[in-house]
Design a protein around this ligand. Structure first.
Ligand code: MN
Length: 409
């Protein structure tokens, strides 16, 4: 467990408040073709248990509740069911939710008239007053235990004051919203769905970039030093930002891609007293992500690695499997051989990553004139070498030559 302390500068704080910060649920996400409903339900049940067992006062959900702006009826049911149950079990719980870039801001806010009766507030849309100025006060939510929350949702262009860059616009809105609460009593907490400078994404993995989406980096200076805790969403790896203990990403509760397989998932528990104390609560994701072998290896060795996996019936908790194969020549039956080897195994194949060896990247430039005169056989051997890093095998050369001669005749 990592427990840290961050003193809250000079604000007179005498209230004790216990917060859980979570984000990036991505309800409705499918992992490759697999539905993750069962995993999400387990997380929500675990979260509900934590809230009750730890007597939490405030739940902050920092965006990307849903994976899609148009969530399925099933995903919405899961979400409302959770909200209903958790507030029934614990009527004094306050919940604040902001929209992320995956959510539809307006859709997430639509049930507010009903949710507000349950002490749940959703902020998705940045409102403007009749004269066109941003309604900063609307983003300030008073907290039951005293103090307030700056509930700033994911910001789209036009949501922030005029600025040269996105990052400057975001900074300006946080400063303006903080100005609204300056001098008031009680702790201030902030929320955001953004990418902060000095934060790390899991790995240089294209799939994660696709899931989180690239946002322009926002300086952590945007969050005033007097803010007791800033609850961020968007990055799936739990972390503090730029060494500031009290500016954090809770991380996603489920790994969203193989790049995240070594992350620890969970939520952050924050106690606000004279200082803010943070502790991570870990959720053991019910489905493991397996990636074999450690490094891409030729197919025969990959098949050996598959043979070592445990046998068993496929259930909804069987691991998701990625298989990494080093390809040095065309292997048309690759998928078939892998699937056959997996037949009795307790693992669900979701991806075959076929990797070709590192090769000279000096691509030979061919002029148009050369293209007119190049022999088909030379073209084929060149492309083969470029793709597999090796000479084309003699048997293949011979077969190809037969075909070429057949055509020429
Ligand atoms: Mn996001």
């Amino acid at each position: 467990m990592d427990v840290c302390d961050a003193s809250i500068n000079n604000r007179s704080i005498y209230i004790i408040m216990r917060i859980i910060h979570t984000a990036d649920w991505h309800l409705g996400q499918t992992f490759f073709e697999y539905d993750r409903k069962a995993e999400h339900l387990q997380f929500l049940a675990w979260l509900k248990h934590q809230i009750n067992a730890l007597n939490v006062d405030l739940l902050l959900i920092a965006g990307d509740v849903f994976d899609s702006p148009n969530p399925s009826a099933e995903s919405q049911k899961m979400y409302y069911h959770f909200l209903r149950e958790v507030t029934t079990d614990k009527p004094d719980l306050q919940i604040i939710i902001i929209a992320g870039n995956h959510d539809s801001a307006a859709r997430l806010e639509a049930p507010n008239p009903l949710l507000e009766d349950m002490n749940i507030t959703v902020r998705g849309v940045v409102r403007r007053t009749d004269d066109g100025t941003i309604d900063f006060n609307h983003l300030v939510i008073p907290l039951d235990k005293g103090g307030c929350c700056l509930a700033v949702p994911y910001l789209r262009q036009g949501d922030y004051p005029t600025a040269e860059t996105y990052a400057q616009g975001v900074k300006a809105i946080y400063e303006a919203v903080f100005d609204c609460v300056k001098g008031t009593n009680g702790p201030v907490v902030a929320m955001g769905h953004l990418q902060a400078t000095g934060s790390e994404i899991s790995e240089n993995d294209r799939s994660e970039r696709t899931v989180i989406g690239g946002l322009e980096c926002v300086s952590p200076d945007s969050f005033d030093k007097e803010i007791a805790y800033t609850a961020l969403g968007h990055l799936h790896r739990a972390q503090r930002v730029s060494g500031r203990e009290n500016v954090r990403y809770a991380g996603a509760p489920l790994p969203m891609s193989f790049a995240e397989k070594n992350n620890k998932q969970g939520v952050v528990l924050i106690d606000i007293n004279e200082s803010a104390t943070m502790e991570r609560l870990f959720f053991d994701a019910p489905v493991r992500l397996l990636s074999i072998p450690g490094e891409p290896l030729p197919l025969t060795e990959v098949l050996d690695a598959i043979a070592e996996l445990s046998d068993g019936e496929i259930t909804e908790t069987s691991p998701y499997l990625e298989v990494k194969v080093l390809i040095t020549e065309p292997e048309p039956s690759l998928r078939f051989q892998i699937e056959t080897a997996l037949q009795t195994k307790n693992a669900r194949l979701v991806r075959i990553a076929a990797v070709t060896p590192k090769r000279d990247t000096e691509a030979k430039v061919i002029t148009y004139d050369e293209l007119q005169t190049i022999e088909p056989m030379d073209m084929a051997t060149m492309i083969y070498k470029g793709r597999y890093g090796d000479e084309m095998p003699e048997t293949m050369k011979k077969l190809l030559l037969d075909v070429i001669q057949e055509i020429e005749r």
